[in-house]
Design a protein around this ligand. Structure first.
Ligand code: Z57
Length: 835
């Protein structure tokens, strides 16, 4: 259908919950009449669930064979493996991905059609695997896809949360959180009851001496919890490699519950122990870019690090190699500081269990680990209180003190008499209570530290980790700019665009070498190609319009400019700037004459994202968005000129519908705060333009696609500190256009203004930390340019095509190869059929 086609014309793939057109069903092999009568007695949702299960099981069977073969081959060749430790893996759905990677989606589609099903309906039955919060967790998932596709011998290690990120419901404009119980009938995980590790907590440390009079410490623990492995196959695209994601689940070390206690009549305590154990892997902490220092979180971290390391060490020991070879066989990448205890745990194993000397052990440790930093926000940097650590992990705290002592001694030697330096770089912060700075352990215990975009990597070297650059020199620090997997974020999410590109480029090789997209530039002026390109965007907008209708009840005009901001809700990401801009637009529209309004480009402002349950400011931003939507969307004078939409429960499977459907998307964090951002890449790869600040990967996207193809605005990172300083000393003038917006809110235009006072006063009275007012004028002016340029559809299309053609750099495969070469030193291993 072309732009402007009524929504009812929608054919093609649709999202969850859409009703299936009644197809003519043709059956083969069975007596059609018998089937029809059985079918008639089964309610439709059950039949679709069965279609999903049957298809998933068929593909699973195939994956198991390749998975086993891969694991056997990797064990046999025994070359270096990489282990990616992440507390989050935001995988989304597995079936569509498995079908595409195996290259049999068309066969599955035909088979399902023969049975009377649309493949999209079967696919949409699957529950997202949502074991992550946002960018960090999704990056881990993109890593797994890419490492398998590039044939790296690589494992992921994580936690098998019973509850993933909560489901978000919007009730009267407010966010409500619903538990995400996702494990029932999950065909993609394989319980490995044969693979368990008993993990210890609490207790105390005994000091004894061995025969030679050498001091040995032994940790006598007070609690033991069992880790049980659950394995998830990770198929690569167009390869036989199927890697493993191992997720640990906690249960009581006695198996189920303690029968001795039970038989002795102590029923309650027997069951309580079981519950305490199971609590460890019960729920994902729902904070993105925020650490709250809760004991259970530290337990999760140690439980998962200790189980993973035990597993890795066990695998290494089977090879009977000398310990000195460990770093030649094993690379461990720490996804943020969450797995930092793995450094301490490996040192503990080598010293206390294997009896190595400290220096030899420490050489092995630092040779093994690499640390990726994902944020400079102070509230996200992990610190654990010393008393908490002392109680839960007494031996580890001792080792941390020793690591610190040896480190500070070496610093003292090189920088004598610099006490300030020593206190700045000490692992222990001398506060009340004292705190363990996890990032410092991660830096000291790794051979490489990387940031995730150029600006971010520069910032960590010049701000939070400056002293460590002085101490270690610049070589320990490096940049690897993030990327995304084109399999999921182009081929799976946008099959028609992928097919059009394949048609022009002579096949799908671009999906494994994304730089091939540059060949598209030759077609920028091709009339037919442009038309097809724009038809696909129009269809994708229709698909999103259908989703919007389904989840919000609002009808939007698909001819409008679709302006999208979907990501976790956070003040630094500035959804408040966006909604204030929307209010500004609304007020301007209201002030126009009907003649003036005729010249306006109709717009749909689309928001989506979850707020951490305890983050009140983020929740009030959501409430404001919904309050504005309630007023604007029913304003008949405004009609299609402006619609405001909040899509509830934004997740990976919704992102697959949203990303291909934007005309423009917003990546508008205060400069210097968004480490990279990765959805910016997803939108551009799908032919959307972006409006953004000079922050994170936006800067490199601009470098790649050209500054004429992006809408940049706002203050630069280098000026932020000075502006904040000035605000703090009272040098602050509220932007006059923003004042008009605030006045409207205060007058009650969008309901009871008292709901929004803290949001407004954080800007008006409390220093405007995120520079919303400073950037407002430039933001509004840039949106005016967006409107103007959107009216020239031919130019817009040229920008869209050119940008996609230049996105090759942002393939996750480039990222994986950079880590492999400069951090892991691992080589790919091809799995052949005969293996
Ligand atoms: C998270 O999603 C990110 C950083 C964190 O420190 C935590 Br905790 C969670 C994000 C960054 O905010 C993004 O800018 C970045 O693109 C992403 O991690 C992947 O690197």
């Amino acid at each position: 259908p072309s732009v402007g086609a009524p929504i009812a014309d929608l054919q093609g793939p649709v999202g969850p919950g859409f009703s299936r057109p009644k197809h003519k069903r043709t059956f083969t092999g069975f007596g059609p009449s018998e089937i029809k009568s059985v079918e008639a007695s089964i309610p439709e949702p059950l039949r679709e669930a069965a279609a999903y299960s049957g298809t998933a099981l068929a593909f699973r069977d195939r994956l198991i064979i390749e998975w086993n073969r891969t694991q056997q081959r990797q064990t046999f060749t025994d070359q270096k493996r990489v282990y990616y430790l992440s507390l989050e893996f935001l995988m989304g759905r597995a079936l569509d991905n498995a079908m595409l990677n195996v290259g049999m989606k068309d066969i599955a589609r035909d088979g399902l059609a023969d049975l009377g099903f649309r493949i999209e309906d079967a696919i949409s039955q699957e529950h997202d695997a949502a074991l992550g919060n946002g960018g960090l967790g999704r990056l881990a998932a993109c890593f797994l896809d890419s490492m398998a596709t590039l044939n790296y011998p690589a494992w992921g290690y994580g936690l098998r949360y019973r509850y993933g990120i909560f489901k978000q419901e919007i009730v009267n404009g407010y966010q409500m959180e619903i538990p995400d119980y996702w494990l029932d009938n999950n065909p993609w995980e394989f319980p490995r009851h044969d693979i368990t590790v008993d993990i210890q907590f609490y207790g105390h440390v005994n000091k004894t001496y061995d025969e030679d009079g050498k001091v040995v410490y032994s940790w006598e623990a007070g609690e033991t919890v069992r880790a049980v492995a659950y394995d998830v196959p990770i198929p690569g695209y167009r390869t036989k490699t199927t890697n493993n994601l191992r997720l640990w689940s906690s249960k009581a070390s006695s198996g189920e519950f303690d029968f001795q206690k039970f038989n002795a009549g102590d029923y309650e305590s027997a069951v309580a122990d079981q519950q305490t154990a199971e609590t460890i892997s019960a729920v994902l902490y729902p904070n993105d870019n925020l650490e709250r220092g809760k004991e259970l979180r530290l337990k999760q971290q140690y439980f998962w690090c200790a189980a993973s390391l035990y597993d890795i060490v066990r695998r290494f020991k089977k090879t009977k190699r000398a310990w000195s070879e460990f770093p030649d066989q094993v690379a461990i990448q720490l996804n943020d500081t969450h797995p930092t205890l793995a450094i301490v745990e490996l040192q503990r194993i080598l010293i206390d269990v294997e009896g190595l000397e400290w220096d030899e052990a420490w050489r092995i440790v630092t040779g093994t680990f690499g640390y990726t930093n994902h944020t400079v926000l102070p509230e996200a940097l992990e610190k654990w209180s010393v008393p908490l650590m002392q109680n839960l992990l007494p031996r580890h705290l001792q080792i941390i003190y020793d690591i610190n002592l040896f480190f500070l001694q070496s610093v003292e030697k090189r920088f004598p008499n610099d006490r300030d330096m020593l206190s700045r770089v000490s692992i222990i912060e001398e506060s009340h209570p004292k705190m363990v700075r996890m990032a410092y352990i991660a830096i000291i215990g790794s051979h490489k530290v990387n940031g995730v975009a150029e600006l971010h990597s520069d910032l960590i070297k010049t701000t939070i980790f400056k002293d460590f650059v002085t101490i270690y020199g610049p070589d320990r620090f490096t940049n690897v700019t993030n990327g995304i997997t084109p399999r999921r974020w182009l081929h799976q999410a946008n099959p028609e665009l992928s097919a059009l590109i394949a048609d022009k480029l002579g096949g799908y090789d671009f999906l494994t070498d994304l730089t091939l997209l540059d060949k598209l530039e030759a077609f920028v002026d091709d009339k037919n190609f442009r038309q097809e390109w724009s038809d696909i965007k129009a269809k994708n907008k229709l698909r999103l319009a259908k989703l919007i209708k389904d989840v919000t009840g609002y009808s939007v005009n698909p001819n409008s400019l679709f302006d999208v901001q979907v990501k976790r809700i956070h003040e630094y990401k500035r959804q408040q700037l966006n909604i204030f801009g929307v209010i500004h637009r609304y007020l301007s529209l209201k002030a126009m004459t009907p003649e003036e309004r005729k010249k306006v480009v109709p717009r749909v402002s689309i928001f989506g994202g979850k707020a951490a349950p305890g983050y009140w400011m983020a929740k009030s931003i959501i409430y404001l968005i919904n309050s504005v939507a309630a007023v604007v969307n029913k304003d008949e004078e405004i009609g299609d000129l402006l619609k405001v939409i909040f899509i509830e429960d934004y997740n990976v499977s919704k992102a697959e519908i949203i990303c291909p459907a934007s005309d423009i998307s917003e990546h508008i964090s205060t400069a210097g705060t968004e480490a990279s951002g990765t959805s910016n890449m997803k939108f551009v790869l799908n032919g959307g333009l972006i409006i953004g600040t000079c922050d994170g990967a936006n800067i490199e996207i601009t470098r790649e696609i050209g500054e004429q193809n992006i809408f940049l605005f706002g203050n630069l990172a280098e000026d932020v500190e000075d502006l904040r300083h000035r605000h703090f000393y009272g040098d602050f003038q509220l932007d006059p256009q923003l004042k008009r917006v605030f006045d409207a809110i205060k007058e009650g235009t969008f309901g009871d203004p008292s709901s929004f006072t803290s949001l407004i006063s954080s800007i008006e009275e409390h220093g405007d930390y995120y520079l919303v007012s400073d950037d407002f004028n430039s933001y509004i002016a840039t949106h005016d340019m967006v409107d103007k340029e959107f009216q020239n559809q031919e130019e817009w299309l040229a920008k869209s095509i050119t940008s996609v053609a230049r996105m090759g750099f942002f393939s996750m495969d480039r990222v994986t190869n950079e880590y492999a070469d400069s951090i892991w030193n691992v080589e790919p291993l091809n799995i052949a059929d005969e293996d």
